[in-house]
Design a protein around this ligand. Structure first.
Ligand code: ADP
Ligand code: MG
Length: 242
């Protein structure tokens, strides 16, 4: 069994069918890059993996657990899947260190000291060892996003889900975040990444998926399909993002 398995998975919001019979298997240590037009279902696909959205058809297995398995199982799945959003979503009233230390205290039962020691190590890992005492409002967008990555890593997830993590950042700050993501990929973290950064996909992507109207239209090696898109709509899409 693969680490993540979409099995004929569907997701509807009322009458709106957003994911349509998706079949997709992701192995451990893969870095899957998702692209596609706005509204094609990329965020929804990610959010289904950690149960932020509940599927409405088929099944979705994460590390042997079905997202349909009930509240307790869903709680386990959420701990295995760290999520990073476009808009950082840090807690504004907490320092960077407190943001990173919170999850392990709540979810893993760490003591304050344990959680803060680990949080400091994670801030070092993302290049922010001197920023622990800063509040989000005192940090640049690139720094906030790196804190958000450290926070997601703090609960020791088995997969990291990134939803357009650099889209809200000024061009000169994107690379700070991409470098952290590249490092994670090289360490063997399993990742599913919605991004338009095709250089990232080419460097570490194991697969590139082009979504269209809730379906997977292309699923192939990034280094092959980015340069020669097999689908005219993907070609058109790429000509607008690069
Ligand atoms: P993408 O990330 O590819 O832009 P999304 O997964 O965010 O696409 O959205 C896919 C479709 O689902 C869009 O038509 C969007 O409006 C719709 N949608 C997303 N979330 C909700 C929701 N909570 N309620 C109703 N419709 C939604
Ligand atoms: Mg989206």
């Amino acid at each position: 069994m693969s680490f993540i398995e979409f099995k004929n998975t569907s997701k509807a919001f009322g009458p709106l069918q957003v994911l349509k019979d998706v079949d997709l298997s992701i192995e451990k240590r893969e870095v899957v890059v998702l692209i596609g037009p706005s509204g094609s279902g990329k965020s929804t696909l990610l959010r289904c993996i950690n149960g932020l959205e509940m599927i409405t058809g088929g099944d979705l297995i994460v590390d042997g657990l079905s997202v349909k398995g009930g509240k307790k199982v869903l709680c386990e799945i959420r701990q295995e899947a760290g999520m990073v959003f476009q808009q950082f979503n840090l807690f504004p009233q907490m320092t960077a260190l407190e943001n990173v230390a919170l999850g392990p205290r709540k979810v893993r039962g760490f003591s304050k000291t344990e959680a803060e020691t680990q949080a400091q190590e994670l801030l070092e890992k993302v290049g922010l060892s001197d920023k622990g005492g800063h509040y989000p409002s005192e940090l640049s967008g690139g720094q906030q996003q790196r804190v958000a990555i450290a926070r997601a890593l703090a609960v020791k997830p088995k997969v990291m889900l990134f939803d357009e993590p650099t889209s809200a950042l000024d061009p000169e700050l994107k690379h700070e975040v991409l470098n952290v993501m590249l490092q994670l990929a090289k360490e063997g973290m399993t990742m599913v990444v919605v991004t338009h950064e095709m250089s990232f996909a080419k460097q570490v992507g194991t697969r590139l998926i082009f979504m269209e109207h809730g379906k997977i239209a292309v699923d192939d090696d990034p280094r092959t399909v980015i340069d020669t898109p097999p689908n005219p709509r993907m070609k058109d899409f790429l000509s607008h993002v690069e």
